[in-house]
Write a protein that binds this ligand. Structure first.
Ligand code: GDP
Length: 300
C-alpha cells in the first residue's frame, strides 16, 4: 500500500540496524525506539498515540521476553508487530447485522471523504454476498450528489431511493425515514443512508447527521475518513464523534501516497473500530479491514 511506503521503509531500515546487533543493550533498545518514534511522527501519527505506542514497545523490549529470546532483534520486531495490530484494533470487527432486517447503515463524514463512492462499494459487496441493499440519497446539499449516488447504484446493480427531482431541496431527515419505510415495505435487507458532508466540520452538518441518526436508529454509523488528510484526521474524527457519534470507521484513499498517520491514529483516538478500507475509485477497490494484515503490510 503506497500510503505506508515511507513508514515501511523507515522501519525496515531501523530493524536492519537492529538485526546486525545480536544481543541488545538498553541503549540499543532506546535508539531503536527513538527511530520508531521519529518514523511514526513523520508519518503524521498523532503525538499521543506515538507516545503510548513507543512507551509500550520500549517497556516490552527491555523486559524478559527479549532478554531471554534466542533472537532478540526478531523479538523486538515481533513486539512492534503486535503493538501495531493493537493500535489498529486487535481483532477484526465485522459489520453488525440487525436481528430483524433491514440492517441500517448510515454514512457520515466530510465532503470528498468518499461516502458516495463507499455507498456503491458497500452495496456491491453486500450484493455479492446475496443481500439486497437499498441506497438512500440524503445528501441533498451537493447539487450532483443524488445523481452520483444513482450512478454508483447502477454500477453496483443496487436499488436507490431518492427524492423526486424538481421538488426543491427537500428534507434529508424525511428522506431517510421514507427510505427505511420503503426498504421495510419492499423487503430489502440492507439500507445504506448517504448523508451530506461539508468541506469543514460545521454545526448544521452535525445537527442534520444527528437528526438522521435519531430518525432511523441505524445499526451502524460509519464515519468515512480520507486517510490522506494527515494531522487533521484526529480533530475531524473527534468532532464527528461528539456531533453524531459513530460505531465504526472506514478509511478511504489508502491507495494514495500520503503518510498514513490517520490510519494508525484513528482507533486509539476515537475508541471505534476500523471496519473497512477503501483503496481506489473503482467499486471493487474495497475490503473489510484486518488489523493484522495491515500491520504486516506496514512491516513488510
Ligand atoms: P463524498 O463527498 O464523501 O461523497 O465523496 P465521493 O464519494 O464523491 O468521493 C470524492 C472523490 O474521491 C471522488 O473523486 C472519488 O472517486 C474519490 N475516491 C473515493 N474513494 C477513493 C479511494 O479509496 N481512493 C481514491 N484514490 N479515490 C477515492
Amino acid at each position: 500500500m503506497a500510503t505506508f511506503g515511507n513508514l515501511s521503509a523507515r522501519l525496515t531500515e531501523t530493524f536492519k540496524n537492529l538485526r546486525a546487533k545480536g544481543k541488545l543493550s538498553a541503549s540499543d533498545v532506546d535508539s531503536t525506539v527513538r527511530e520508531i518514534r521519529r518514523a511514526l511522527l513523520e508519518a503524521d501519527v498523532a503525538l499521543d498515540v506515538v507516545k503510548e505506542f513507543t512507551g509500550r514497545v520500549r517497556e516490552r523490549a527491555l523486559g524478559d521476553e527479549v532478554n531471554q529470546a534466542l533472537n532478540p532483534a526478531q523479538q523486538v520486531v515481533q513486539i512492534v508487530n503486535e503493538e501495531l495490530v493493537g493500535i489498529l484494533g486487535g481483532e477484526q470487527r465485522r459489520l453488525q447485522f440487525a436481528k430483524n432486517p433491514p440492517t441500517i447503515i448510515m454514512l457520515a463524514g466530510l465532503q470528498g471523504a468518499g461516502k458516495t463512492t463507499l455507498a456503491g462499494k458497500l452495496a456491491k459487496w453486500l450484493k455479492d454476498q446475496g443481500h439486497t441493499p437499498l441506497l438512500v440519497a440524503c445528501d441533498l446539499q451537493r447539487p450532483n450528489a443524488v445523481t452520483q449516488l444513482g450512478v454508483v447504484a447502477e454500477q453496483a446493480g443496487a436499488a436507490i431511493f431518492a427524492p423526486e427531482p424538481g421538488n426543491g431541496v427537500g428534507d434529508p431527515v424525511q428522506v431517510a425515514r421514507n427510505g427505511v419505510a420503503e426498504a421495510r415495505a419492499k423487503q430489502y435487507d440492507f439500507v445504506i443512508v448517504d448523508t451530506a458532508g461539508r468541506l469543514g466540520v460545521d454545526e448544521e452538518l452535525m445537527r442534520q447527521a444527528a437528526d438522521i441518526r435519531r430518525a432511523v436508529d441505524p445499526d451502524e454509523v460509519l464515519f468515512v475518513i480520507d486517510a490522506m488528510i494527515g494531522q487533521d484526521a484526529v480533530a475531524t474524527a473527534q468532532a464527528f464523534q461528539e456531533g453524531v457519534d459513530f460505531t465504526g470507521v472506514v478509511l478511504t484513499k489508502l491507495d494514495g501516497d500520503a503518510r498514513g498517520g490517520a490510519a494508525l491514529s484513528i482507533r486509539s483516538v476515537t475508541g471505534r473500530p476500523i471496519l473497512f478500507a477503501s483503496t481506489g475509485e473503482g467499486l471493487g477497490d474495497f475490503e473489510p479491514f484486518h488489523p493484522d494484515r495491515m500491520a504486516s503490510r506496514i512491516l513488510d
